[in-house]
Design a protein around this ligand. Structure first.
Ligand SMILES: C[S@@+](CC[C@H](N)C(=O)[O-])C[C@H]1O[C@@H](n2cnc3c(N)ncnc32)[C@H](O)[C@@H]1O
Length: 334
């Protein structure tokens, strides 16, 4: 069993109850369980011998499942530690797997370097992996103290969560927590952060958790720092910007008939994916002020999932991380 399970989470020292998310985070220490695997295989429908891009390979769970269908894999992840781990996990597939450390927003560059002109499918499984969450040193954990970092790619990114928390104005922090975190207490949390940092700048995760707890208290099933941590992580890694660019880069290389699937965990991500697919699956654009409809220059996709596919109740029970997962798939047609 993973030795981390025996570490005493910092919060246990003061808190009366273990919250559901904390229990989940503890469970997650041991492994990353990929979500919606059966649905991905069915809807992505990879063809044996084709090359599928797993743009967020993480622990390699989805890659291994896709390799099981006979398709080959180009596995990308921006996190060097995930790349090390996936390399070990996927070693047994030998030359059928190519692994590269890259943000998927730069997938074009990787394709060009490898001489890849077209791909037989692509998968993006967004967010963080349990492995990233488990390592306090990465700064994603709300339970264990570590540097307030949150960079998925420490080799190429310079801005950490600490820099944001210590340098953004109160208005910028409020907007960040409100827009990316959808945190109802955004303004009050930002105000207390700004007041606190005047005498004690933030370097570690748990002092920030304490400040958030002071504002919102501890009640309900969700850890009080969830939304603020989510917002900071998304800002540090420019997750929405990367998603827009990555969708474009991957879709443009899809072969006709090949599919792209995206698993998102956040409503803003899901909206970007929904709009991206919708805007490219209309052959004609029309506006009341136009005399006639115009051909849509971006038309190249057909939406496979009219509504997002969600995990079964069984999966939600056995893999709580899957609860907010939404899978959308589209097929290249032109
Ligand atoms: C939820 S995990 C993926 C888990 C994986 N599907 C599996 O089965 O183990 C998300 C992964 O995506 C990576 N990631 C997030 N945003 C990325 C981006 N813009 N480019 C490349 N990798 C990214 C993270 O580093 C993380 O390892």
């Amino acid at each position: 069993m993973n030795a981390l399970l025996f570490e005493r989470p910092v919060w246990f020292a003061t808190g009366p109850l273990i919250l559901e998310e904390e229990a989940q985070e503890m469970e997650d220490y041991t492994y990353h369980q990929p979500v919606l695997v059966a649905e991905v295989l069915e809807l992505l429908a990879p063809r044996a011998g084709s090359l599928v891009v797993d743009a967020t390979c993480g622990g390699g769970g989805h890659s291994a499942a896709i390799l099981g269908t006979g398709a080959d894999i180009l596995a990308l992840d921006q996190d060097p530690d995930a790349i090390r781990h996936a390399t070990e996990q996927l070693e047994k597939f030998g030359g059928r797997v190519t692994i590269r450390q890259s943000n998927f927003r730069y997938a074009d560059k990787v394709f060009d370097e490898l001489g890849i002109h077209s791909i037989g499918g692509a998968l993006l499984d967004l967010g963080v992996s349990s492995r990233q969450l488990e390592n306090a040193e990465r700064g994603f954990s709300m339970m264990r103290n570590g540097p307030l970092d949150m960079r998925m790619d420490p080799w190429h990114q310079s801005t950490t969560a600490a820099e944001i928390v210590n340098n953004y104005t109160e208005e910028q922090l409020t907007r960040l927590f409100r827009e990316l975190g959808e945190e109802p207490a955004a303004r009050r949390i930002a105000a207390l952060i700004v007041k606190t940092r005047k005498t004690s700048p933030f370097h570690d995760t748990i002092p920030l958790v304490r400040v958030i707890e002071k504002v919102v208290g501890r009640h309900g099933r969700r850890h009080p720092a969830t939304l603020v941590f989510q917002a900071l992580r998304m800002e540090v890694n420019d997750e929405l910007g990367a998603l827009e660019q990555g969708l474009q880069a991957l879709t443009s290389r899809l072969e006709i008939g090949a599919r792209i699937g995206v698993i998102s965990f956040h409503s803003l991500e899901d909206r970007i994916v929904k709009n991206f697919f919708r805007d490219r699956s209309r052959e004609w654009n029309d506006r009341p002020e136009w005399p006639e409809p115009k051909r849509n220059p971006d038309f190249c996709l057909s939406t496979v999932t009219q509504k997002p596919v969600e995990p079964t109740i069984d999966e939600q029970r056995t893999n709580p991380r899957s609860r907010s997962a939404k899978l959308r798939v589209a097929e290249k047609i032109a």
